[in-house]
Design a protein around this ligand. Structure first.
Ligand code: SF4
Ligand code: MG
Length: 345
């Protein structure tokens, strides 16, 4: 495929009272144009930190190494002003909690018009922006566009919702409004952080179907964050499984489900509740302390297959199939990333 976004050897550190928290420890993944890739892992595994680093929303973090290449340009090299101009037009994000991501004191319409005005400013030169401001037709055109977008997300009374405050809407409606807002700027990259998780299962399924149709029509690339491998299977072409700030396995969706390899991936798979019992077996234990993580395999304390070597040698990712990489001593293959080739004895 044609890469839109390439994350290479990304490290993200936070300074805490207990020392340096190494929250992202050298991850690599690619999102191709027109495709959907998922970052999957339990809460706290670094998914949200990763996308915030991509969107430039981590003012207190340090990025000691790595590249985030978007449209061929390392965004970590851009100035704040350059990044600011890009965010919101090229990249949009749908937050996971519609209640806290919408401004309660503004109507839906006011929030949508803000996005359209902001987009106009960043795309046009100042003079054309002024001309634009003077054009009385602009507000009407923006209003029309916003209401049309509310219709696109299948809100049945868009004019009424346009005039409503968030508190007047159901959870499902608010989630649709957030999708509409994210798509207003016609982003090439849409980051979706567990949309629908605040909703009941039926409404969530409808929202995910809708989102799927909308990005398909627009050929938008989507980076999907979820703790739920079942949802990742529904929505994505490619899955990156994260554990404790590392990508432990990555593969095209069909391949990952046909041939799951890493013990953590297998644990996640057995955590998907069975249809008959509704109970998943889960994975015992919890994520390591990021200020004092295991130096070799970060999953060793929870892994049913852990051997002494797992605590001694770092399991760097190896290629085990087409576009399939696994970071575990149980699996052999050529190093997935050139930077690991030298240590490959
Ligand atoms: Fe388990 Fe060892 Fe593989 Fe880590 S490297 S996942 S501890 S088998
Ligand atoms: Mg999160």
């Amino acid at each position: 495929g044609d890469p839109l976004l390439e994350v290479r050897n990304l490290h993200v550190h936070f300074d805490t009272h207990d020392g340096v928290a190494e929250v992202i420890n050298g991850i690599d993944f690619t999102l191709n144009r027109g495709e959907t890739a998922a970052l999957v892992g339990e809460t706290g595994c670094g998914k949200s930190v990763t996308v915030k680093a991509i969107l430039g929303l981590l003012p207190s973090a340090r990025i000691p190494a790595g590249e985030i290449v978007y449209k061929g340009e390392n965004v970590l090299d851009l100035s704040d002003a350059q990044r600011h101009a890009r965010r919101g037009t090229d990249m949009s994000m749908i937050m996971q909690d519609p209640m806290t991501s919408l401004n309660p004191v503004l109507t839906v319409g006011e929030q949508m018009l803000d996005v359209l005005k902001w987009q106009g400013r960043s795309r046009l030169s100042f003079t054309s922006w002024m001309r634009d401001k003077l054009d009385r037709g602009t507000n009407d055109a923006h209003r029309e566009r916003a209401i049309e977008m509310l219709g696109d997300v299948e809100i049945s009374a868009p004019e009424r919702v346009f005039e409503s405050y968030p508190v007047e809407l159901s959870g499902g409606m608010r989630q649709r409004v957030l999708i509409a807002i994210a798509l207003l700027s016609e982003p090439d990259l849409l980051v979706a952080d567990e949309p629908g998780t605040a909703l009941d299962v039926t409404t969530e399924a409808k929202v995910l179907d809708l989102l799927d149709d909308l990005v398909e029509e627009r050929d938008t690339s989507v980076l999907y964050i979820t703790h739920d491998l079942g949802i990742a299977r529904e929505v994505s072409d490619y899955i990156n499984v994260m554990y404790a700030g590392e990508v432990v396995e990555q593969a095209p969706t069909g391949e990952l489900f046909a041939n799951p390899q890493h013990p953590y991936t297998r644990g996640l798979l057995s955590s998907i509740p069975s249809l008959s019992t509704g109970i998943g077996s889960g994975i015992e234990g919890h994520l390591p302390d990021y200020t004092d993580p295991p130096t070799a395999c970060r999953f060793a304390d929870r892994c049913p297959h852990a051997e002494p070597e797992c605590r001694e040698f770092y399991p760097y990712p190896r290629t085990t199939g087409t576009d399939h990489t696994v970071a575990c001593h149980l699996f052999d293959g050529p190093p997935a990333h050139a930077r690991h080739a030298e240590g490959d004895a």
